[in-house]
Design a protein around this ligand. Structure first.
Ligand code: HEM
Length: 488
């Protein structure tokens, strides 16, 4: 009996050990392809050098240490990170040439997207993606933003009224308000399927924040222990939206104004595909917009001289008066130069999507000094690009004046050093909507109120910033608003 037990015990130990050694050998053999590129030492699979819970920070540290082209690990993948602006422009600008595609695994595993799991928009450079991008670009166009602007202002009014209605000195959870605001704009103005937005927005926003924040990056697709109920809730909600969309008739011209109508008018779009697209679009435009508004307001609260400059610009442009007269127009807000520079600078320091984006090489390709083999994952880590001392003077300083320089978004030798929305054929499709939401919310809020951080909130943004799918605020963005002109 005893020898049998010993054999069983050693087999229990031996088999996993053997599997580990084989995996380690396979991993080491695979990693030899990129061994000539500088990067942290290669460690075997179960203990590989990961990027931890704040991958944007770790990536920035490694890129500063190993240079503008370096080898890093992203979960099971080996990736080559690129932070040099000229190379970044080459990596993001290409795609249509067939040299590389979007790296599909990045979002493929979002489970709440339903049976299809991935939307065309998150897939590689295939004809479906090209077709869908073409279909959706009309509702996201600037001309549609002008047309839809009264709806955006209507959602902003709810936000402004809430802040104005707060008791003096009351702490407000601004990040929560901004997330609900971005959802309201999408559901009321661009996905107007008739659902009761006020009934759902709080719960939907809460579940999205939990589910996205709890997923590993790059997405593992495995719900974290605390968020499986959120995954289930979102799956049901996106399915419900898909059914609603499918049941509605599309009126002539509606597909170039409404996202649901653009999706519903695609031939062969079944309920599963609709669910994946609706889920993808709502997630893409939720926390990203809230983070951009939140970080802009945070930077203004911690740099009161800039808050005063913005307030003066708003006064000169009579934004408050136009707001009261319900006569605010898209061009009034989009022409606010000081506010725009503040938003640009806040998105440089605290990009909503700090981990950036990935492409996969379809063939061997020279990137800088290195010949990279087909299949290499090329990673453009946005936070590292935006915070690189090789790319920017005083990269950690909040200085909206740097945007006065012509071509400020280019590196010293050209290229792209400013990429909050990505760049090239796969750049953010929703950026006109995002900027309209961000600038309208800030202009209306700041025309009426002055903002300061709530007691206990650190004025060091780098201490507060935390990665949870997007770059959010540790403990939330707590602020106090005062009437403009009062001491806030
Ligand atoms: C401040 C807010 C936002 C930021 C910072 C942001 C950022 C980004 C980034 C970095 C990408 C990837 C680009 C690449 O791979 O090169 C992206 C893609 C995308 N974004 Fe946004 N985004 C924002 C708001 C929105 C909104 C409001 C929507 C729409 C609801 C949206 C829809 C999309 C879509 C559909 C894509 C995929 C485009 C494609 O692959 O062709 N985004 N966004």
């Amino acid at each position: 009996m005893a020898p049998l037990l010993m054999i069983a015990a050693s087999a229990t130990l031996f088999i996993p050990l053997l599997a580990y050694c084989l995996l380690a050998l396979w991993d080491l053999a695979k990693s030899r392809k990129w061994a000539h590129i500088p990067g942290p030492s290669v460690v075997a699979p179960l203990g590989y050098v990961g990027l931890g819970s704040q991958p944007h920070l770790r990536a920035a540290q490694y890129c500063a240490k190993y240079g503008p082209v370096c080898r890093l690990r992203l979960g099971r993948e080996h990736a080559v990170a690129v932070t040099d602006p000229v190379l970044v422009a080459g990596v993001l600008g290409a795609g249509a040439d067939g040299l590389h595609d979007k790296f599909e695994d990045l979002y493929a595993a979002w489970p709440f997207l339903g049976a299809k799991k991935t939307a065309f928009l998150s897939s590689g450079a295939n004809p479906d993606w090209r077709f869908m991008r073409g279909k959706l670009q009309h509702p996201f166009s600037i001309s549609n933003m002008r047309q839809a602007y009264p709806g955006i202002v209507g959602c902003t009014k709810q936000l402004v009224d809430f802040v104005e209605g707060a008791a003096e000195g009351q702490e407000l959870e601004m990040d929560v308000l901004f997330r609900q605001y971005s959802l309201s704009v999408m559901l009321r103005v661009f996905f107007n399927t008739g659902i009761d937005v006020d009934k759902y927005k709080g719960e939907l926003s809460r579940h999205m924040t939990r589910a996205v924040g709890d997923m590993k990056w790059p997405a593992s697709g495995v719900p974290g222990p605390d968020s499986s109920d959120s995954f289930a809730w979102l799956t049901d909600f996106f399915h419900f939206m898909a059914q609603l969309t499918q049941s509605k008739a599309v009126a002539p011209g509606e597909e170039s104004r409404q996202l649901w109508a653009a999706l519903a008018s695609v031939k062969g779009m079944d309920v599963d595909a609709l669910q994946a697209h609706i889920g993808f679009l709502l997630v893409a435009g939720h926390d990203s917009v809230a983070a951009a508004i939140g970080w802009s307001l945070y930077c203004l609260a911690t740099h009161p001289n800039w808050q005063v400059k913005v307030a003066r610009e708003l006064q000169a442009a009579r934004i408050g008066e136009k707001w009261d007269a319900e006569a605010l127009e898209y061009s009034d807000v989009m022409g606010l130069r000081v506010l725009y520079k503040v938003v640009l600078e806040a998105m440089r320091l605290y990009p909503a999507n700090p981990t950036g984006t990935l492409r996969k090489l379809n063939q061997d390709r020279q990137v800088g000094k290195h010949l990279l083999p087909k299949g290499t994952a090329l990673w453009v880590p946005t936070y590292a690009v935006h915070r690189s001392a090789a790319n920017w003077d005083a990269p950690a300083a909040f200085d909206p004046a740097r945007w006065d320089a012509e071509n400020a978004s280019e590196g010293r030798r050209g290229g792209k050093r400013y990429i909050p929305f990505g760049s090239g054929p796969r750049a953010c499709l929703g950026q006109a909507l995002a900027m309209a939401e961000v600038q309208t919310a800030l202009a209306a809020l700041l025309a009426k109120s002055a903002f300061r951080l709530a007691p206990g909130m650190s004025s060091n943004g780098d201490e507060v910033a935390t990665f949870r799918g997007t770059l959010g605020f540790q403990g939330g963005l707590r602020m106090v608003a005062g009437r403009r002109g009062d001491k806030a």
